[in-house]
Design a protein around this ligand. Structure first.
Ligand code: F0G
Length: 458
C-alpha cells in the first residue's frame, strides 16, 4: 500500500478548548446579535473564522523570538529575513510592514492615483479597499469557471487573458499602473493560479508595458498546487517553483500571517530600485524605519524561519491534505462545496444548501449561525452581508456566490477536529428543511458592515 501523508511534526505544547452546551451557544449568539465576529473566543470551540495570524509556530520559530534583535536600525533579524526573501523570491529590495494591508497601503500610495484601473483575479477585500480608497477601479478578470462551484478546474484562480487584454485595449497605459495576481486567490475559494497562466499574463503585461504585483499571502500553497497539478513541475522543488513564479513579476505585497506561519507581519518585495526608493518614503511615514517597518525584530526572525518551514513539501502536503480531508468528508455527507477544495479553506455553497431560503434572508449567514449552534464551530459568511450595499443606489448587492468559508488554521487542529466539523454540517444538512427562515438586518454600519452588523431571526 502507498503510505498516507502524515504531519511532519509532533506536538510539544497544547492549549485547552472549552466545550459548551447548545443552550449556552444559543444564548451567546443571540447576545452577539447573530454576528459571529462579536463572539468571545472562549465561546467558540473550533475557530475557522480565518487562517490569518492563527498558525501554530514551531519550536525553532519560538527560539527565533528569543534571538530577535530589537535594534531600531540595522537589526540582525532584518538581515536574516532579507536573506530568506532573497532565497525564495529573488527580489533585491524589501520593506517590512505590520501586515498585508499595510504593504498594500504603502505600495499603492506610490503606484495608484485617482481614476486608475487595476485589473487582477478577484482582488481581496483590503486590496480592493486600498484601490477604491484612491478613487481607482479594480477590474476582476478571473476565469468564468471560478464561479461554478461544482465544476472541476485545477486552477480556478487563473486570469482570463481575453478579459485582461480587453482592459488593456480599453484604457490608456498611463491609467493602468499594475496588474495584481493573487496567489492563491482567496475570494474565489483559495484557488491556485497555474504557472502557465502566470507566464501568459506576464507576457501580455510586458507587451502592454504593465507591471505585475503578486498578492502573495498564500504563495507556498499556490506552489504546492503547481507541483501536484501541473505535470511539468511534478519533480520540481517547492522552493524552485516559488522562485520561478516570482520571476514573472515586478514585485509583491505579502501578508505574512498566512504562509509565513507567524501571527503578525507583512512585507513588500520589489525588483526595481526606483520604486523601492519611492515606497520607502511611505514606509517610514506609515510603518516605521526601513529595517523594521512595523515589525519587532523578534517577529522578523520568527518570520524568516516560518517562510523556510512553510515552503517544505511535507508540511504543505499535510496542510493542504487536511483541507481536502474536510472537503472529502463533506462530499461524503452530500454537503455542497466549492470544488476542488482550495489551499486554506473549504467553501460551503449556502445557496445550494439552503435553496428553500430566499437570498434576502442571508443563506450563508444562516448556515454560519446554525453551525455555531450545532457544535460551537465558527466559520465566516462570504455572501450578501459581506458584499454590502451598492454605494450609489444603497440597494443590497447579491453576489454570484453565497458561501460559508471554513478557513483552517495551520498546524492547529487535528483530523479528529475535522471529523467533528464535518458531522456538525452533516447534521444541519439532514435537518435543513426544518430551518425555514433566515435573518434580517436590524442595524448596520455605512461601510464594511459585516464586522458590526446586527441581525434578528425572521
Ligand atoms: N491579501 C489576501 C489574499 C488576503 O487573504 C489578506 C487577508 C490580505 C491580503 C490582507 O492581509 O490581513 O495581513 O492585512 N486575509 C485574511 C482572511 C484577513 O481572513 O482571509 P492582512
Amino acid at each position: 500500500m502507498e503510505l498516507p501523508y502524515t504531519e511532519p511534526y509532533k506536538i510539544k505544547v497544547v492549549e485547552s478548548l472549552r466545550k459548551s452546551t447548545r443552550e449556552e451557544r444559543e444564548k451567546w449568539i443571540k447576545e452577539a446579535n447573530f454576528n459571529l465576529f462579536k463572539l468571545k473566543s472562549h465561546q467558540v470551540f473550533i475557530d475557522l473564522l480565518t487562517d490569518s495570524g492563527t498558525s501554530a509556530m514551531s519550536d525553532l520559530q519560538w527560539a527565533e523570538i528569543m534571538k530577535g534583535d530589537e535594534s531600531y536600525a540595522g537589526s540582525k533579524s532584518y538581515y536574516k529575513l532579507y536573506e530568506v526573501i532573497q532565497e525564495l523570491l529573488d527580489m533585491p529590495y524589501f520593506l517590512p510592514t505590520h501586515q498585508g494591508r499595510a504593504a498594500e497601503n504603502v505600495l499603492f500610495s506610490t503606484m495608484i492615483k485617482d481614476g486608475d484601473i487595476v485589473p487582477g483575479n478577484s482582488h481581496f477585500d483590503t486590496t480592493k479597499g486600498h484601490i477604491e480608497f484612491r478613487k481607482a477601479t479594480a477590474i476582476d478578470c478571473t476565469i468564468d469557471e471560478a464561479f461554478e462551484t461544482s465544476k472541476y478546474h485545477p486552477f480556478k484562480g487563473n486570469i482570463d487573458l481575453n478579459k485582461l487584454e480587453k482592459v488593456f485595449k480599453s484604457y490608456p497605459k498611463e491609467k493602468i499602473p499594475l496588474c495584481i495576481i493573487t496567489i492563491t486567490c482567496n475570494t474565489s475559494g483559495g484557488q491556485p493560479v497555474s504557472m502557465k497562466n502566470i507566464k501568459e499574463v506576464s507576457a501580455l503585461c510586458k507587451k502592454y508595458g504593465i507591471k505585475i504585483i503578486f498578492d502573495a499571502a498564500r504563495f507556498a500553497e499556490n506552489a504546492y498546487f503547481i507541483k501536484t497539478r501541473e505535470p511539468e513541475y511534478k519533480n520540481s522543488k517547492i522552493k524552485d517553483i516559488v522562485k520561478e513564479m516570482f520571476s514573472y513579476g515586478d514585485g509583491a505585497t505579502m501578508s505574512s500571517k498566512k504562509d509565513g506561519l507567524v501571527n503578525i507581519g507583512g512585507f513588500i518585495a520589489l525588483k526595481d530600485k526606483e520604486l523601492y526608493d519611492k515606497a520607502s518614503v511611505y514606509n517610514i511615514m506609515f510603518e516605521g524605519y526601513l529595517t523594521y517597518g512595523g515589525m519587532a525584530g523578534r517577529d522578523m526572525a520568527a518570520l524568516a524561519q516560518g517562510l523556510m518551514e512553510g515552503t517544505e513539501f511535507d508540511y504543505l502536503e499535510s496542510r493542504i491534505g487536511q483541507v481536502k480531508y474536510l472537503g472529502d468528508k463533506l462530499k461524503e455527507y452530500n454537503v455542497p462545496i466549492q470544488e476542488p477544495t482550495g489551499g486554506h479553506a473549504v467553501f460551503v455553497d449556502a445557496k445550494k444548501f439552503f435553496n428553500h431560503i430566499p437570498k434576502e434572508q442571508f443563506q450563508a449567514q444562516t448556515l454560519a449561525i446554525e453551525l455555531y449552534k450545532e457544535g460551537g464551530v465558527r466559520g465566516v459568511e462570504i455572501g450578501a452581508i459581506l458584499a454590502d450595499r451598492d454605494p450609489a443606489t444603497r440597494e443590497n448587492r447579491y453576489p454570484q456566490l453565497e458561501l460559508l468559508r471554513l478557513a483552517i488554521p495551520r498546524r492547529v487542529y487535528t483530523n479528529n477536529h475535522i471529523k467533528y466539523i464535518a458531522v456538525c454540517l452533516a447534521n444541519i444538512f439532514n435537518k435543513r428543511q426544518e430551518i425555514k427562515t433566515g435573518y434580517k438586518i436590524i442595524n448596520e454600519a455605512p461601510i464594511m458592515r459585516h464586522f458590526t452588523v446586527e441581525l434578528d431571526k425572521i
